[in-house]
Write a protein that binds this ligand. Structure first.
Ligand code: 3Y8
Ligand code: NAP
Length: 253
C-alpha cells in the first residue's frame, strides 16, 4: 500500500504500475479532486493506528511505502505504529529538506507559531504558501492585522480568517517563471513556506532568491524513526527484496 499525496508518490505510483506490482494508492481526501493515479486508489482516513492496523490485515498488505508529505506527521507516525502492530514492513519515501544556497535570505523557524512570530510588525505583503489547514494561526493578532496576504490553495475556501487576503487556486507542481511573476505581480515582500523538499514546490524559493526576498521557512515536524529511501529505484529494490515488485507476493504493496 502506498500512502500518497506528493509528487514523489505519483512518480512511484507510475513505476509500480509499469512493473505491474499489485499495489493500492491511498489519499487522505484532503482535496476535492486529487490527481488520478495509475493504481487502484482508496480515499479517506483509516481510523487512527488501530484502523490502519486492521485494514492492513484485512487487505493482506505485505509492504507499506509512506510517501506522504514531510508535514503529514500524524499519518507517518500512525504508519510506524500500525505496521509494527501488524508485522508489515514499512519504508518511508521522503525527499531531502531544502538547503539554503548563495543568495537565499532564509529565516528557519521550528513551527507555524514560529513563523507567525517571525513576521515583523511593520506592514508586509506576505505570500503565505502553507495551504489552508494552518491559516487560523495567522488570524488577526495585533501585528498581523497590518499585513496583506497572498494565499495559494488547492481548493477555494468560503470564509478566510485573514482580514486582508487574496487567493490563488493552484495545485502545482509550480515553475520558477510562474512563481516569480506571481511574486512580482502581487508586490510580495516576504514568503512563508514549509520545508516540503522535493521539486513540486521549490520554484517559489528560487523565485524569492532571484528577487532577493526574505523567506520564513518552517522546519519539518519530528516523526518516529523508520527505514528511509530517497529515490524510486531504492523503493523498487526494497520491494524486490520483499518479493513485492517481483509480483509473486500474495497481495503486494
Ligand atoms: C491531497 C493531491 C502532484 C502533487 C503536488 C509536493 C508538491 C504541490 C508542496 C505552494 C505550496 C502545500 C499544499 C503543497 C505541496 C505538491 C503536491 C504539494 C503545498 C496535493 C494533493 C493533496 C494535497 C493536500 C494539501 C494540503 C496543503 C498542502 C497545498 C491532489 C495537491 C501548501 C503544503 O485544502 C487543503 O486542505 C489542502 C491541504 C495538506 C497544506 C495545508 O495544510 O493546507 N497539500 N496537496 C492529498 C490527500 O488527500 O491525500 O490533490 O492531487 C499534493 C501536492 N502538494 O500532483 O505533483 O511537494 O509533492 N500542497 C506545503 O508544502 O506547504 C503548496 O503553493 O507553493
Ligand atoms: P496528517 O495531518 O499527518 O494526517 C491526519 C490524518 O489524515 C491521518 O491520521 C489519517 O487519518 C489521514 N491521512 C493523512 N494522509 C493520508 C493518506 N495518504 N491516506 C489515508 N489517510 C491519510 O496529514 P496531512 O498533513 O493533512 O496530509 C494529508 C495528505 O495531504 C497526505 O496525503 C499528504 O501526503 C498530503 N500533503 C500534505 C501536506 C502538508 O503540508 N501537510 C503537503 C502536501 C501534501 P486516520 O488517522 O483516520 O487514518
Amino acid at each position: 500500500m502506498l500512502l500518497g499525496g506528493t509528487t514523489e508518490a505519483s512518480q512511484l505510483a507510475r513505476a509500480l504500475a509499469e512493473a505491474e506490482v499489485d499495489a493500492v494508492f491511498s489519499y487522505a481526501g484532503r482535496t476535492a479532486a486529487p490527481v488520478a493515479q495509475p493504481l487502484p486508489t482508496r480515499v479517506g482516513g483509516f481510523g487512527g493506528v488501530a484502523g490502519l492496523r486492521d485494514w492492513l490485515q484485512v487487505q493482506r498488505i505485505t509492504q507499506v511505502v509512506d510517501a506522504t508529505h514531510p508535514f503529514a506527521a500524524q499519518m507517518s507516525s500512525n504508519a510506524v505504529h500500525a505496521c509494527a502492530a501488524a508485522g508489515v514492513p514499512l519504508l518511508a519515501f521522503e525527499r531531502p529538506a531544502w538547503q539554503p544556497q548563495a543568495g537565499d535570505r532564509w529565516q528557519c523557524v521550528a513551527d507555524i507559531d514560529g513563523a507567525v512570530a517571525a513576521l515583523a510588525p511593520t506592514p508586509a505583503r506576505v505570500f503565505l504558501a502553507i495551504g489552508r489547514q494552518n491559516l487560523l494561526s495567522f488570524a488577526p493578532s495585533a501585528q498581523c492585522a497590518s499585513h496583506h496576504y497572498l494565499l495559494r490553495l488547492v481548493d477555494a475556501v468560503a470564509d478566510l480568517p485573514l482580514p486582508s487576503a487574496q487567493v490563488v487556486i493552484a495545485r502545482g507542481p509550480f515553475t520558477v517563471e510562474g512563481d516569480r511573476a506571481l511574486l512580482q505581480q502581487h508586490g510580495i515582500t516576504h514568503l512563508v513556506a514549509k520545508n516540503a523538499g522535493g521539486s513540486g514546490a521549490a520554484a517559489k524559493l528560487e523565485a524569492a532568491r532571484l528577487l532577493g526576498l526574505p523567506v520564513i521557512l518552517i522546519d519539518r515536524p519530528a516523526v518516529p524513526a523508520r527505514r528511509m529511501a530517497a529515490t524510486v529505484e531504492q523503493v523498487m529494490a526494497w520491494l524486490g527484496h520483499h518479493g513485492g515488485a517481483a509480483g509473486n507476493a500474495e497481495r503486494g504493496v
